[in-house]
Design a protein around this ligand. Structure first.
Ligand SMILES: [Zn+2]
Length: 210
């Protein structure tokens, strides 16, 4: 998955002010997922996309762009006052229902693993796995969704979940990501993008449904 091309994207307002810099394996799907949810989407006027050959290359370019261009909604790599209550280096998980940060012990991040498993099975049947076992052509990834316990209308659903306080630091997130990638269905989920956005300061709520 990490060898796939990744896009570095820049979002601008009507005055050419840079709002946000991010990366994604599929920027179009990601934009559509989050459109009209985050307040700054309403002032979004222009978006540019620049492709890099790997996730690592895109991450390097993203860090350089944030440091040099200081987008107003990025937190990671970007010093100065931010409208967030999180500690530096800590992931901000925004609730997919109310768009507010989920505090420790107030909720979890979950994914519909049944949908993800079905997606992987269909990809296998369609011959979309290459020799290394990477899945090519899974353009629409199943989203991880952060939720306050109090916002979850279906708390007994069979989703796979992790409490937010256990995926706050980069190390915790990396460890959990490794755990997820060992699951057969993990490859069909957007964990890399979702956790990256959370560490970037929660510019996007996770898994907002259109
Ligand atoms: Zn909520």
């Amino acid at each position: 998955m990490t060898d796939q091309p990744h896009a570095l994207y820049r979002a601008f307002d009507i005055n050419g002010q840079l709002l946000y810099v991010g990366i994604s394996v599929n920027p179009t799907a990601r934009f559509n997922q989050h459109r009209a949810i985050k307040p700054w989407w309403t002032v979004l006027a222009n978006m540019t996309v620049e492709w890099h050959k790997s996730r690592e290359a895109a991450l390097d370019a993203e860090r350089d762009a944030i440091i040099a261009e200081k987008p107003i909604h990025n937190i990671m790599h970007n010093s100065g006052d931010r409208s967030t209550t999180s500690a530096p280096g800590q992931a901000v998980w925004l609730c997919g229902v109310c768009d507010r940060p989920v505090a420790d012990a107030a909720g979890y991040v979950q994914v519909d693993k049944g949908r993800a498993a079905l997606k992987v099975r269909k990809a296998i049947e369609a011959g979309l796995f290459d020799k290394r076992g990477d899945c090519t052509g899974t353009s629409e990834l199943i989203p991880w969704v952060a939720l306050h316990s109090s916002c979850d209308l279906d708390p007994d659903s069979a989703d796979y979940w992790m409490r937010v306080e256990r995926i706050r630091t980069r190390e915790q997130i990396q460890r959990f990501g490794e755990h997820v990638s060992e699951k057969r269905w993990g490859i069909a989920t957007d964990w890399d993008d979702a956790s990256h956005d959370a560490l970037a300061g929660g510019a996007f709520p996770t898994g907002a449904q259109t």
